[in-house]
Design a protein around this ligand. Structure first.
Ligand code: ADP
Ligand code: MG
Length: 262
């Protein structure tokens, strides 16, 4: 059974894309067949896997407008085997074009059900907004949302709004939607602030925060400019180790849920 997660937080720069591409890479490294879906018109996940967003033939824009044949849209990241439905800047217009169409919130869910059931994991990278693109991702995310939270002042503030959106999606569009977990990112062990933020988020979301914390690590920000994931670029860096352990934590939890010995 394919597991589908949306990586969402309407705040920009919290580590969504970094989490998507690196979880995908380590999942692939442990033998899973993985698809990344880039739902952000900034196309950072697409670039991070080495593709030029202006040159992709078909993109998630075509997927939403029902003109994106899977075999003509999907690209493969050679170093890791991760596959991606890339984004193109024109995705920004999809919102407006879909506004009067029936079932507009279900486009991605239905497309993945028809075309991508041969994957073990599908990770959907969301834009920094609670737009129709994010709603499509939350409706498609049958196994839950992963929420990256940056260890910074006011980290909890945006989470209230996100929680409200999740509740609305649950009520009207996807009754099964759950939070799979929150990932604390860009942790700086030298500051009290980072420690306090982790504590506060754990208190607010008891049992929901992944044990693995992703440190602030320059290697993680360098890797995308080479079109590489951290698993290839610097697997032994603190960031590389963190994403490897986070992936193991996630996979282990999923297997336990399915009743398979981890
Ligand atoms: N743990 C980290 N340590 C250092 N830099 C990071 C880390 N996580 C993300 N970054 C950098 O921070 C910026 C924002 O991260 P990104 O994953 O693109 O966030 P989002 O997708 O939520 O906007 C990017 O330049 C990225 O390379
Ligand atoms: Mg992003």
């Amino acid at each position: 059974m394919t597991k589908i997660y949306a990586i969402a937080n309407q705040k920009g720069g919290v580590g969504k894309t970094t989490t998507v591409v690196n979880l995908a890479a380590f999942m692939a490294g442990s033998g899973r067949k993985v698809l990344v879906v880039d739902m952000d018109s900034q196309a950072n996940a697409t670039s991070a896997l080495g593709f030029n967003k202006y040159e992709v033939a078909k993109s998630t824009y075509d997927v939403l407008l029902q003109d994106g044949k899977f075999s003509e849209t999907v690209l493969v990241h050679e170093d890791t085997g991760v596959e991606i439905l890339p984004a193109h800047p024109e995705l920004a217009g999809a919102e407006v074009e879909l506004v009067n169409t029936i079932g507009r919130e279900y486009r991605l869910r239905d497309y993945l059900a028809h075309n991508a059931s041969h994957f073990d994991y599908i990770l959907i990278d969301c834009p920094p907004s609670l737009s129709l693109l994010t709603v499509n991702a939350l409706v498609a995310a049958k196994d839950g949302i992963i929420i990256p939270v940056q260890c910074e002042y006011l980290a909890l503030e945006g989470l209230t709004q996100l929680t409200q959106t999740i509740d609305l999606v649950k009520k009207y569009l996807n009754a099964d939607l759950e939070v799979r977990g929150l990932v604390m990112t860009m942790y700086d062990g030298r500051t009290n602030l980072s420690r306090q933020v982790v504590e506060e988020v754990r208190k607010h979301f008891p049992g929901r925060v992944f044990r693995t914390i992703v440190p602030r690590n320059i290697r993680l920000s360098e890797a995308p400019s080479f079109g590489q994931t951290i698993s290839v670029y610097a697997p032994n860096s603190p960031g590389g180790v963190a994403y490897k352990v986070l992936t193991a934590e996630l996979l282990k939890g999923d297997m336990a849920q399915q009743g398979v010995a981890a």
